[in-house]
Design a protein. Structure first.
Lengths: 529, 308
């Protein structure tokens, strides 16, 4: 028994003990308001004068926020703008429990100090966020003025309950989006910000997790020659790898692990194939790679549509993709069927897997010695190709403003939005100790230290671990490689049908063809086709 | 001037009238004392119930502006849904297996504690610990213990050569979820039954002792019949509870794998909060209410039979 495995039960018992202790406590709030938190030590102070002062620049004056660095667009407001005019206003931001929201909560003091606006950041699972937002909108309460508007679970259904951000951005008396809308990555702005058309802007891109392939560089380097001798090709994951090769490599590693020839990992591959949204996300990568899609409607992955048209899942390409997916899961780590996106990342961090399709923002965990046994051993590539292309699922989200909030609250919320999605806040989140997130802004990726951080082994890569997968991610974001799910109001139901039927397929309760037929039929019932 | 004062021929008539007036006055007092409770009950129970009936006939989604009347559409959708019937099937399996195990274990432990010469309070305190764990925390606890990457139980099973994903296999997920419920709620049955046992008069037991009854005979023919009502009460409480068991399932399995742990309560929650289809959820909820009432009635009849 090695040291690492013997630690397992201790950790487990500790967790159990903590949970038992927690259960005795009545307080269960996960609302955070670290209003006393200090600005990030890594953020360089903005030395410009306070708002409305002589620091006017073409009729605009810099905002009083710390953290700006040379090379980034500045947060600016019309000269004379009083950044403290909404002082004392309290805003509630409901968000999925993601690293960027934790980083934002830890640094919210910067915004509160500059504006006097208090922001409570409440974080929950996405299902809970969607439920609370739906109830809040239905009651016209605006208990939450700031909404984590997931494009698929929230924006697609609730866009009419969100304020049109163009109204604020075009208001000459308010600060505008620093760097303009063009500084956002176009495909992400389309997916995160609009619904149905580009007339109304409902949210600004805030985070950008994307599924790419994480693999154990140490394993792939060590056994490279042996594999090449046996199979005749270089197995290093790259844009040329196919799902067939991925299957072959995973099987080969499994065999070598069983024979004792490989001991660095337990399984060749792992997947997030629990009966959960994650299963749909994992499958979508393969579906898109074989040139198939869920619905016949156009622009569903960009601006979305109210009616998606008929299901396309009975196409030969979709059945081929489902057959391949079943094949992949048959040889994946057995835990795959219990893992969602967190589970597969934890298994990879525990050193169990040689490769896995994973949301790239988990790299911060992989490079954290307190949480990972694979520090310095991870490399990234875009996902393998199918018969058509490589398809890498984008999972980003924007922030919107409830239209039921009062005018004063909406304007205060706009100030928050301008700051939270600004290049300097995105840069701050990237560098935060909470592991943060990768930016949604072109300008941040153009910073010299950010470019250096994308290269393994640099000091910048150590300081900003989420940059390490960025070469793969930037490749994945190219139009020919990115996969955007259909953004339609019926998505929560369709999504549930997809992952439920897929789960049945994985347990041999139905064939891939029957599965695609079942999803198509049920989806068409839901969408009225 | 009309006669306002009542006249009585006999003193007992006067007494009866006075009693009647007293009762009327008492009734009025009782009414006013009960009124706040009735108002609260109306607000928290009767109004939502009526609203549930109304919503079940409406196209009522959280994302639409105003609900519209759809007749029996929601009801048709519910009854035509395979998921609805399959969820009820799983709920029946979950309920019957869970209640049976809890009853057997709960009564057995209560009898053991009843006969324990000493240390009863300490054992009872330890036995009751799961009751203090919130169901959500219970779900998290078991999820961590059975996690394939770092779960204690999973690690232990692997050490003895059993490679299985307990929550990730359709043949083991439902038994695991049933055992989670049994672990948490068996102590409740124990408490109720033990309270009943402790109130049993010692005379019949002493008489049975004199007649040479064995320990098993005393339990079978004296103790259990005397605590029968308590057992039925415990079953009534648990059966109603078990129908709406969703917290632990939500955390531990989310209804999977392959829908193998999707009970009717979980399905209702999914329709209401994930799909935000309140109309269909209302129809589903009313079917649950109906089944709960039928079950409640059966148990009440069992209690009355016991009284007879």
């Amino acid at each position: 028994m090695n040291r690492t495995t013997s630690a397992v039960p201790i950790v487990s018992v500790a967790m159990a003990g903590v949970l038992l202790a927690l259960s005795a406590c009545s307080s269960s709030s996960n609302t955070t308001n670290p209003s006393n938190s200090q600005p990030s030590a890594s953020a360089s102070a903005n030395t410009s004068a306070p708002a409305g002062s002589a620091a006017a620049f073409g009729g605009m004056a810099e905002g009083p926020f710390e953290g700006w660095v040379e090379g980034l667009p500045k947060i600016e407001a019309p000269a004379g703008f009083d950044w403290k005019q909404f002082s004392g206003t309290q805003l509630n931001f409901i968000s999925e429990n993601t690293p960027p929201s934790s980083a934002l909560a830890a640094n919210i003091g910067i915004f509160e100090k500059a504006t006097g606006i208090q922001v409570n950041i409440e974080q929950s699972n996405l299902d809970i966020v969607a439920e609370k937002v739906g109830l809040d909108f239905n009651a016209r309460n605006a208990n939450y003025q700031l909404i984590y508007a997931d494009p698929y679970q929230i924006l697609s259904k609730q866009s009419k309950n969100l304020a049109d951000l163009n109204d604020f951005n075009n208001d000459p008396s308010l600060p505008h989006i620093p760097g303009g809308l063009e500084d956002f990555i176009e495909s992400q702005l389309q997916a995160d910000g609009y619904m149905g058309d580009t007339e109304h802007l409902y949210a600004l891109p805030y985070d950008s997790p994307t599924m790419v392939l994480a693999y154990r560089k140490d394993v792939f380097d060590k056994y490279k020659d042996q594999f090449q001798q046996e199979k005749g090709y270089d197995w290093t994951p790259s844009a040329n790898m196919t799902w067939d090769q991925y299957y072959e490599i995973s099987s080969w590693i499994n065999d070598k692990v069983k024979s004792g020839a490989i001991s660095e990992v337990k399984y060749g591959s792992g997947h997030e194939a629990k009966q959960h949204d994650s299963l749909q996300a994992d499958f979508s990568n393969v579906l898109g790679a074989y040139g198939a899609d869920y619905f016949e409607g156009e622009n569903l992955g960009s601006v979305g549509a109210a009616r998606p048209g008929k299901s396309l899942l009975t196409s030969p390409e979709a059945v081929e993709a489902a057959t391949m997916y079943k094949k992949l899961l048959d040889i994946a780590a057995p835990g795959s069927k219990t893992w969602d996106w967190t589970g597969v990342a934890e298994a990879f961090a525990a050193g169990d897997l040689a490769m896995a399709p994973i949301f790239h923002e988990n790299n911060a965990m992989f490079e954290d010695a307190n949480k990972s046994k694979v520090v310095g051993k991870v490399a990234w590539s875009i996902l393998p190709k199918g018969t058509k292309r490589s398809a890498n699922l984008f999972g980003g989200t924007g922030i919107g403003i409830s239209k039921y909030a009062s005018e004063k609250e909406q304007k205060a919320a706009w100030l928050f939005l301008v700051w939270a999605t600004s290049p300097q806040a995105q840069y701050m989140i990237l560098k935060s100790e909470e592991a943060g997130s990768t930016p949604t802004r072109h300008s941040v990726y153009n910073l010299p230290d950010v470019k250096k951080g994308m290269e393994p082994g640099t000091e910048e890569a150590k300081a900003m671990p989420n940059l390490l997968p960025m070469n793969a991610v930037l490749e994945a974001w190219k139009l020919e490689n990115v996969y955007m799910r259909p953004k339609v109001p019926q998505w929560p139901q369709v999504d549930t049908i997809i992952y439920t039927e897929l789960s049945k397929m994985l347990f041999d309760k139905q064939t891939p063809e029957e599965t695609m037929k079942a999803i198509a039929k049920k989806s068409d019932d839901i969408t009225g086709n | 001037m009309p006669q306002l004062t009542e006249t009585f021929d006999r003193p007992e008539q006067a007494t009866a009238a006075a009693r009647s007036r007293g009762r009327a006055k008492g009734s009025r007092t009782e009414f006013w004392m009960l009124l706040p409770s009735i108002v609260v009950l109306a607000i928290i129970s009767i109004f939502p119930f009526l609203f549930l009936i109304y919503a079940s006939f409406m196209d009522y989604s959280l994302s639409i502006d105003a609900p519209s009347f759809t007749g029996l559409d929601n009801w048709r959708r519910v009854f035509e849904s395979d998921t609805f019937w399959q969820s009820w099937g799983r709920t029946a399996i979950f309920g019957v297996a869970g209640l049976a195990l809890e009853l057997l274990l709960g009564v057995a432990v209560a009898l053991l504690l009843y006969h324990a010469p000493k240390g009863r309070n300490l054992i009872m305190t330890l036995w009751m610990l799961p009751l203090f764990v919130a169901p959500v925390v219970s779900g998290l606890l078991w999820k961590y213990l059975l996690d394939p990457t770092y779960g204690l139980y999973n690690w232990f099973l692997e050490r003895i050569g059993i490679h299985t994903q307990i929550l990730g296999d359709i043949s083991t997920a439902m038994p695991a979820v049933i055992l989670m419920d049994v672990w948490e709620w068996t102590p409740l049955i124990t408490i109720i039954v033990l309270a009943g046992l402790q109130s049993v008069s010692q005379e019949p037991l002493e008489a049975a002792e004199v007649d040479g009854a064995s320990g098993f005979q005393k339990i079978r023919f004296i103790l259990l019949p005397m605590v029968r009502r308590m057992i039925v009460v415990a079953l009534l409480i648990r059966s109603m509870d078990i129908l709406r068991y969703v917290d632990t399932i939500t955390i531990a399995t989310e209804g999977g794998p392959a829908d193998s742990t999707k009970t009717i309560g979980y399905y209702l929650m999914q329709v209401a909060f994930r799909f935000q289809d309140m109309g269909t959820a209302a129809a589903l909820g009313l079917t649950m209410l109906f089944v709960t009432m039928v079950m409640g009635n059966i148990f009440v009849k069992m209690m009355k039979k016991g009284e007879g």
